[in-house]
Design a protein around this ligand. Structure first.
Ligand code: KG4
Ligand code: ZN
Length: 334
């Protein structure tokens, strides 16, 4: 019998549903909640209400576009955490009800493991062990991946996530939330070496981004006092310099991790892995260090249910099922 999984992702501000058949993604529908841009960040209460509005729409569309009927499904998976509690609850309750109604198994998936496993959606797929740099709006992790579900965090941020650093720096420049993709876009016309920002001095594999964010804030403030048009006149150069500095920090730690663990299979994942400079730089490191690198398609970098479906495929292989009592865990940590 074919394994037909419906996956649901509602951890933050994207409502997504996907279908995978025997580990192959057949549809991946995402509704992004643009409503948060005017608030300068995700407003949790608004996010859960938007998920509630969108969830039936995305599920219907995921089924339609995969040419699947509800009754063809034989498992339902959803993001159990980490994420915003109210948002997770919407996906969790929906998945529980459908699993109960159709009498099919339920699988609560770890969002961060799913980001790593987004590297298994399309060929080429990494061999084990590999190191994954998982960079998102809430997390910055170096993960030693020993098997599909056997992973250790070998480095992580001590304060802000790198996606947060992109978004907060963008906010300082007057750019709407989420600023990461806009910084990426306007950096293409800027000089990345024009401005320098202080790098964190942490010698192990952990990250810190709060210092660089503060240094960007003070730099912009002091320049604006001298010339109120400073940001407007130099926006592309400031953005490019910020992006360059953030990507340099990520690269440095990734090289350190690869050397320490003597691993040359390197993957990236998470929203910030959609960043064009990071993708280009990983490609350069590949030839310098003779790495094999794995970079998911951009639609699988930012939050999506396809990665939840693929993760569920491996949970099923390990017979990791949940029952109707499962609750979302906003702070889930593997
Ligand atoms: O993985 P994700 O969609 O959600 C979380 O799990 O957090 O990541 C969202 C983060 C946001 O901070 C967003 O600004 C950042 O990913 N992001 C980017 C780019 N696309 C998304 N940052 C830099 N460049 C991009 N192209
Ligand atoms: Zn995510």
């Amino acid at each position: 019998m074919k394994e037909v999984i419906l996956a649901i992702e509602t951890s933050c501000d994207d409502t997504s549903a996907a279908i995978a058949i025997d580990g192959i993604v057949k549809s991946n529908i995402i509704i992004s909640q643009g409503i948060h841009s005017k608030h300068g960040g995700v407003v949790p209460e608004i996010s859960s209400r938007e998920h509630q509005k969108n969830i039936i729409l995305v599920v219907k569309e995921a089924l339609r576009s995969a040419k699947i009927q509800k009754n063809d499904l034989n498992a339902i998976s959803f993001t159990v955490g980490p994420g915003l509690l109210g948002s997770l609850l919407v996906g969790c309750s929906f998945a529980k009800s459908l699993s109960f109604a159709l009498n099919i198994p339920l699988i609560g998936v770890d969002h961060m493991k799913a980001h790593v496993l987004s590297n298994f959606i399309d060929e080429p797929i990494p061999n084990f062990p590999f190191i994954c740099l998982t960079v998102s709006g809430g997390h910055t992790q170096l993960v030693l991946v020993k098997d599909f579900l056997n992973m250790d965090i070998i480095g992580e941020t001590l304060d802000d996530a790198v996606g947060e650093a992109f978004d907060k720096s963008a906010k300082i420049l007057g750019i709407e939330y989420p600023g990461g993709p806009i910084i990426d876009k306007i950096s293409k016309n800027g000089d990345p070496l024009k401005y320098k920002f202080s790098k964190p001095r942490i010698s192990d594999l952990n990250f810190s981004f709060s210092g660089i964010k503060t240094s960007i804030l003070y730099f912009v403030k002091s320049e604006m006092e001298k010339d109120p048009m400073f940001v407007e006149k130099n926006l592309n150069d400031i953005a490019a310099s910020i992006q360059y500095s953030l990507v340099e920090i990520l690269k440095e730690k990734l090289i350190k991790a690869a050397n320490k663990y003597k691993i040359s299979n390197i993957a990236i994942a998470g929203g910030v892995s959609a960043n064009s400079l990071l993708r280009k730089e990983i490609d350069k490191l590949k030839s310098i260090y003779n790495w094999k690198t794995f970079i998911p398609k951009t639609e699988y970098c930012t939050d999506n249910a396809a990665m939840i479906a693929i993760a569920a495929h491996y949970y099923i292989k390990e017979k990791m099922f949940d029952d109707i009592n499962i609750c979302p865990n906003p702070r889930l940590n593997f």
